[in-house]
Design a protein around this ligand. Sequence first.
Ligand code: ASP
Ligand code: MG
Length: 399
Amino acid sequence: MGIVVQKYGGSSVSTIEKIQEIAERLIKRKENGDSMVVVVSAMGDTTDDLINLAHEISSSPDKRELDALLSTGEIISSSLLAMAIKEKGYESVSYTGYQLKIQTTDNHGKALIKDLDENRLKESLKEGKIVIVAGFQGIDSEGDITTLGRGGSDTTAVALACKIGASCEIYTDVDGIYSADPRKLKGALKLDSIHYEEMLELASLGAQVMHSRSIELASKYDIPIYVGLSTGDIRGTLIMNNMYMESKPITGIATSNEDIAITLKDINSNVNIISNLFNSIAEEKINIDMISQTSPVDDKVNISFTIPKDELEECMEIIKVYVNDTQITFDEDITKFSVVGIGMKTTSGVAARIFKLFSDNDIEVKMVTTSEIRITCAIKRSDELKAIKLVAKEFDISK
Ligand code: ASP
Ligand code: MG
């Protein structure tokens, strides 16, 4: 019996009926002796709807005002849930990010949590209340409302769990973490547990189960996170520090079709120009992922890199300062294919096995990046499913 922080995603609170079901669940758990803190996302597609409203006014809505607008989605769901619990005769209270003094940086739309004041929350728990917290939001040093980025309620939940030393359970519409996306690989295996580092890689790669910053945070404080379904009793997956003496070299595969490759041709290989360009892109917080560069010919190089498609417009504005239109080409037909496994730290030759497999099966590799526990290849989109199947079989991570 301890304090539990739970988080329910937008699809788990999309209707009043679902909110009432969650209220029942929380009451049961409370009756079993746990102290409950519950973070909620906005109901269903509310955040998208709010973004659309803002775009009816402006193609680039003012960021401060947009955050104020978006934060309301979670305020609605949190107050409704607290109301539903009270209606059933139990004590509950809802808090916004502002009320809990969730301090963040001031970059609207992508704010990072600096700290939070747990006193009010603990006080309410002591009074026997089920505490509901509006996810995804905080305040900056000026007291302005900020949001944490799409999917940020996970990070709110983990931050609260870390701060008060609670266990953390994330309820969502997937029943756990799989070795590959079950929609793309029929025989994908559900994992009982997965290491933070692996999950972090998978999350940042397009296995959009959780907000990656939430996993970073949990890892820093060594708080295990349970991920599972909000209904029924199917067992989910624990994200934790699960160091086994022996493990398979690869735990999971993730693919993403959200990126675009940009190639800049005949760029002066002068290091300053290239570093200025990348610095300017980084300053706009655009996420460059894979980078490759040809060796200089007549002091000219070609540089290719990938960015999320939805950041293309912003990125182009910067690129055009450095190069002219004729030097730029795009490749939208890419899938980022990644394998991840903590076991790679102690197993060599994983990349070689994958390249061999790909070349034997006519899968062209356009770009590669690696980390200690990950290998990512940009391949053609049409090769995505074939690649998943081949690699899962080769490394024994499918049924
Ligand atoms: N409601 C926000 C979003 O849709 C935050 C979240 O769901 O975690 O991105
Ligand atoms: Mg969401």
